[in-house]
Design a protein around this ligand. Sequence first.
Ligand code: NAP
Length: 591
Amino acid sequence: MPQKLAPLIPEDAPFTEPQRAWLNGFLAGLYSYAPSPQLAAMRVAVLYGSQTGTAEGLARKLAKHLKSAGCDAVLSSLEGYVPATLAAEKHALFIVSTYGEGDAPDAAQAFFQQLCVEHFPLLQNLEYAVFGLGDAHYEHFCQFGKDLDAKLDSLGGVRLLDRVDCDVETDVAFAAWKNALDARLRKAALVEGVETRNEAASYAPSQSATAAATGSPVASREHPFAAPIVEKRTLTAATSTKRTIHLSFSIDGAQMEYEAGDACGVAPRNSPELVDTILELLPFTGNERVEAPKAGTFPLRQALLEKFAITRLTRNMARQYSSLARCAWLDAIMKPEQQEELERYLHGRDLIDLLRECPGAIQTIDDLVRILPRLTPRLYSISSSPLAHPGQVHTTVSVVRYQTHGRHRGGVCSTLLDDRVEVGDRLPLYIHPNKKFRLPQDPSASIIMIGPGTGIAPFRSFLHQRRITGATGRNWLFFGERSAATDFLYREELESMAADGHLTQLDTAFSRDHGHKVYVQDLILHHAKRVWAWLEEGAYVYVCGDAFRMAKDVDRALHSIVAAQGAISQEAAGDYMHRMKENRRLQRDVY
Ligand code: NAP
């Protein structure tokens, strides 16, 4: 029986991109309940470029889903995938994140570079789709997804679906994309004449993953563990120009395991003051019942505290709000040619600003709930070692406070941790594995750690872990902060490790203690000869902290050391660094 295909919403239909994706997904979902052909024998490559594991997690889900529908779904990181193989693929689905200033994840860089070489084979047989992950807060939102999509297109590949640029909240967009893919792959299968082998196995969305997650005793993002805080202390001095705190959570009794290098997710709560201000600006009491996506029904005030993001104004929120409001200036900056003006407006503003500056638009609870994104967990590198600090998870948190547009503002989670929780309070916590940031398997290997600011966190974990496991390899740490007197995080611990030799070398760059700035990369360059000797002896290099400036500058410094000390060309130095990355001897955890 011929398969009925889900119609697709045309590109010129009057919907925003997320609306169109959602509608396509919805239609595909509806149609997927009709008897559908089995996709056995259809090979689909599911390829991911992941930095923190989110893209990988989604790719795994997608591959599992396709397999359950009978596809020969082949899952691979772009790191382990030979680019030329693409020319032989018929269907490839890419889930890729973007880091720093629009960069590809480390694991995807080599793949993309090869895709860009002259005379790369044409991909005329390839049908592909790209699901880009990013953070709309950043200027180069989903840039790698965009670059990859454009490159595949220019090589002759044909899009199965338009690219999706997905903000931090992935669930809805990913589900819609997955459903839309169902419909498209079925269509492709029909065109190719792929045989229906088993009528009974219909191509309906798999429910097994959801079932498995429900009631799972292992703490997860969906089912975090309510972990009590057992220690909270300030790492910076009261006179410091910034504030960094240390928190220890007890995970005794929880099904939680982690490795040095992992992060933990904390489910935050919004500030009650902000929530009360929002309620004052709206025609609601706070007691109205609202449905929070995937969380259940709550009184509005509780939902605003725990379930919805209210501290950042996104493009999508502004767009939805403008459709409800009668506000000429807002309509004006929503025009495509006014993107820069819109960005300028969004920067540093939140929901309260919009409610004040364009009042009266929200009349019903539905209006409100529709524009609010979900409040998502915040990730922090774990600064404890699972062996040296059994039953505990430590975090090192820089408290974000700033003033914009006439109001004091702060990071949702860091101000919660600083202002509103104390020892004994519990917070929802789970482990976020970071497989791309691991100590060397060989305990005798040397490591160089470069971690200014809160970038120190995983290195405190590494150092304690290497001590307790008796790892004999040398440990070299570059740490940087503003001032030695006020911002030397974990000073006692680090100096005592340096004194007893566990820390072979400790170099500190205090940027504001001198007439001129001194950064970690200046010290790395200062020690060029020794750094080069360690590299040639097989040392592993780890970089953690700020992605925007520090990580790039450190990369440049290492590159120039390799070129100068190795007396090789810039290009050869690039190859050297590339090999280090490939061999996992250069690992980064940057944010
Ligand atoms: P940080 O801002 O990275 O500062 C640590 C040290 O690095 C300071 O001495 C700083 O010097 C120096 N530095 C500045 N530019 C540098 C460069 N190009 N190369 C090397 N060092 C440089 O430390 P942090 O407060 O721990 O923040 C770390 C990262 O986390 C930052 O990217 C920050 O934006 C981010 N962050 C995010 C959150 C969040 O909630 N998402 C919260 C806190 C921090 P100067 O300042 O004197 O120039």
